[in-house]
Design a protein around this ligand. Structure first.
Ligand code: ATP
Ligand code: MG
Ligand code: MG
Ligand code: MG
Length: 475
């Protein structure tokens, strides 16, 4: 089933069941606590918080999301993208646990020729919050899931809040068993690669007080109980299209194939080049979706998220053997792949291409000048009889020339050197500490520390979290 059809079915199913279809909001969050939208519920937050009354009791959407904290997982696990889409259905004081569970089960298991996704019910597993007897009873007695496929998980996995006093509540998740080729049995509680998490149902039930992490008191019941769910679109597509990982679904595979065509590296030849190809497929899609929503590359905030992702894609193309620019072809492919779902990408093609190509040109230039500095450092190291490039050199390359450490590692290794990574990390840490101390004294209104600030500001010490947590990132 093609991505465009998966999306149509989602929206139709919930629309036919009384939900208002709400178009995806921009990735640029209309919310001062977030850089980018990490979950489908974000545009509905004022309704969930009770700040504004929802204009409908039920809504559904397919929301564009970016989760930069997942960046290191990309290409290594089979199921984490920096960009993905979250399908959601939402109830504002309308149906609650039983309604949400029944709807989810119906859509997942209704045969494809009857409008559902037709997943084999025997492969679906359920997790509930360990104290949520009600949810377990509903799955077992109302929906009919065998008790052996329902597992209980603790607060870290199955409890949702926003990191501040306000609504909170237990979650319940649906996972899909991909079979023994993905690992040993035992259910999602023990193996999340084989039993891949698809859908999180959040039951907003209680009001919480202040506290650190998950350690806070429950003050009482919410005046109206709400439902927020999030299904990973690409993960579902991966199952429905019978592919091994989310970078091989139709829309991403086009980009991956373009990267193989441009580099001549075959997918499946070696694990490390496969990871690079998947990173390119993921990151180029993310970069173009960000540019599409109006983000431009820069050194802080969203601009830095985009720059980092774009540069990672280009660097991986380089690792794969591309010597010249490739952004034009990759951008064109992403637009073609995503435009059936997001036609505005075609309309905005010129602007998107201009931004992407300019960033690539700037980075290739950085690479060229940084490469000279690195070569000099390598010769000096070798002349001194050492095989270890000093941490200071790696830090300088990072700090002044924008060279990511893994690029320095790789390029040094090509010339037979290792890098004093511990020394590099120590210098990075010192720089972060300086920036933090500076921020603290700024806050406390201390004496003029502008000299320090200059050091810290010039340091490129932006922490790459992509968005500021308001707490748990569960949909
Ligand atoms: P995981 O445990 O796999 O990292 P999560 O618990 O962080 O997922 P939720 O916050 O519950 O995810 O988000 C709801 C759904 O969104 C998940 O069940 C999953 O299907 C999807 N999802 C979350 N993160 C990603 C990602 N990085 N790439 C693709 N899909 C994702
Ligand atoms: Mg996660
Ligand atoms: Mg999870
Ligand atoms: Mg989850």
């Amino acid at each position: 089933m093609e991505s465009a059809e998966i999306r149509r079915r989602w929206l139709r199913f919930f629309e036919e069941r009384g939900h208002t279809v709400v178009p995806s909001a921009s990735l640029i969050a209309d919310d001062p606590t977030l850089l980018l939208v990490p979950a489908g519920m974000v545009p509905f937050k004022p309704y969930f918080l009770g700040e504004v009354k929802a204009p409908y009791d039920r809504a559904t959407s397919v929301q564009k999301c970016v989760r930069t904290p997942d960046i290191e997982e990309v290409g290594k696990t089979t199921r984490h993208g920096t960009f993905f889409q979250m399908c959601g259905n939402f109830s504002f004081g309308d149906y609650f646990k039983e309604g949400a569970a029944k709807l989810a089960w119906e859509l997942m298991t209704t045969p494809q020729d009857k409008g559902g996704y037709g997943l084999d019910p025997e492969r679906l597993w359920i997790t509930v919050y360990e104290e949520d007897d009600e949810a377990e009873r509903i799955w077992r007695d109302v929906v009919g899931v065998p008790a052996g496929r329902i597992q209980r998980l603790g607060k870290d996995e199955n409890y949702w809040d926003m990191g501040v006093p306000g609504p909170c509540g237990p979650c319940s998740e649906i996972s899909y068993d991909r079979g023994p080729e993905f690992g040993p049995e035992g259910g999602p509680a023990v193996n999340d690669e084989r039993y891949v998490e698809l859908w999180n149902l959040v039951f907003m039930q209680y009001e919480r007080g202040p506290g650190e992490g998950k350690d806070y008191p429950i003050i009482g019941d919410l005046p109206s109980q709400n439902i927020d769910t999030g299904l990973g679109f690409e993960r579902l597509a991966m199952i429905l299209q019978g592919v091994h990982n989310m970078y091989e679904i139709d829309t991403s595979r086009m980009v991956l194939d373009k990267a193989t065509e441009l580099t001549g590296v075959r997918y499946g030849d070696a694990e490390h080049s496969d990871v690079s190809l998947r990173v390119v497929a993921d990151h180029m899609r993310t970069a173009i979706m960000l540019i599409g929503d109006g983000v431009t590359p820069g050194n802080e905030g969203r601009g830095y998220v985009l720059r980092r992702i774009m540069r990672r894609a280009i660097r991986n193309m380089r690792i794969l053997g591309a010597s010249g620019p490739t952004a034009a072809e990759l951008t064109d492919t992403v637009i073609k792949a995503m435009a059936p779902q997001y036609p505005e990408l075609e309309t905005d093609r010129k602007r998107i291409e201009t931004v992407a190509l300019a960033e690539e040109a700037a980075f290739l230039k950085t690479l060229r000048s940084g490469t000279n500095i690195l070569d000099t450092a390598v010769s000096e190291t070798q002349a001194s009889g050492s095989t270890v490039l000093a941490g200071e050199k790696a830090f300088l390359l990072h700090d002044t020339w924008g060279f990511p450490i893994d690029l320095t590692l790789e390029m040094a290794a090509e010339q037979g050197l290792s890098v004093d990574e511990a020394g590099f990390r120590r210098l990075m840490q010192e720089q972060r500490d300086r920036a933090k101390a500076d921020a603290r004294s700024k806050k406390q209104g201390h004496a003029d520390l502008s000299a320090y600030r200059e050091i810290a500001d010039g340091s490129g010490a932006t922490d790459f979290t992509g968005y500021k947590h308001t707490g748990d990132e569960a949909s």
